[in-house]
Design a protein around this ligand. Structure first.
Ligand SMILES: [Zn+2]
Length: 277
């Protein structure tokens, strides 16, 4: 399986891949561009190529995480900017050989929630238009803190289906968000797996954000806890990790680092859960 954590790009994209390897990971997530701003980034091709090459050599899978202010549900006056960022993000993740670019489903505060979905679809259509790369846009489910869109598999599947190029779109399941939003009760993975298959969600699941939750089920609060220290708990996460849908996709921790400043020990813990310990 491909297990790892979010890592820094302080040493560039290649540096991020090397960091992943050094902490015992064979999967990682990174920010392709500045996570807090809406500015695009010029691609350093030497670095992206070196990252892709390194990951190929070491059998590592990666995903990029789009900047936080990137909102595909934003009104049309902001759309050009959002599309520009999505295209830029895809260009980088594709050059790095990454599975995809993780994008939060979107936040819509207007009166008509249907308009929010329309905005997302139009934004994704523009972003994928003319895009020939193999890195996908990965829609991430949300906890429901401040935004009520993207809390269910049904919505994600429907939005993907209504896009012009659904083959360019996949999903990233955040376990903390799923638990907080009410999508997953923790103890009912098999039920969720059955439903996810029927809905055509799980066949398009391309990445997992593996996080425990500081707050209880249905709290709508987005606070990640280290594995086994939150309300989801070790056993429930372990059951999920045995799913056949998780065998070939990057599973990435977005939790606080350990006392050594890395995720080395937590990755080892997740590996031991996978081994059935
Ligand atoms: Zn996440």
């Amino acid at each position: 399986m491909f297990i790892g954590a979010h890592v820094s790009t302080r040493g560039g994209y290649l540096g991020a891949a090397k960091t992943a390897l050094s902490i015992g990971a064979n999967a990682f997530q990174y920010f392709p561009m500045n996570p807090r701003s809406l500015s695009t980034k010029i691609v350093n091709q030497r670095d992206t190529n070196a990252c892709a090459q390194f990951c190929l050599e070491h059998d590592i899978l990666s995903i990029g995480h789009a900047p936080y202010p990137l909102n595909p549900a934003a009104e049309d006056v902001e759309r050009d900017l959002m599309v520009k960022l999505l295209k830029n993000g895809l260009e980088i993740t594709d050059a790095c050989g990454s599975v995809g670019l993780v994008v939060h489903f979107g936040k819509y505060v207007g009166k008509d929630p249907l308009q929010g979905y329309k905005n997302i679809i139009q934004c994704l259509n523009s972003a994928t238009q003319g895009y020939e790369g193999s890195s996908l846009i990965l829609l991430e489910n949300q906890a429901g803190e401040g935004a009520q869109l993207g809390l269910t598999m049904e919505e994600m599947v429907q939005v993907r289906k209504l896009c012009q190029a659904p083959e360019k779109i996949g999903f990233c399941l955040d376990t903390c968000h799923a638990f907080a939003s009410g999508l997953w009760q923790g103890h009912n993975w098999l039920e969720l797996e059955y439903k996810g298959k029927q809905l055509d969600y799980l066949p398009h699941l391309k990445a997992v954000h593996l996080n425990d939750s500081v707050h209880p089920y249905g709290s709508h609060r987005d606070r990640h806890a280290n594995i086994g220290t939150g309300y989801i708990g070790r056993e429930n996460l372990q059951q999920m990790l045995t799913s056949s849908f998780l065998k070939h996709i990057p599973i990435v921790l977005e939790t606080g680092s350990g006392s050594d400043g890395t995720h080395f020990h937590e990755i080892a813990l997740v590996k031991s859960l996978v081994m059935g310990n």
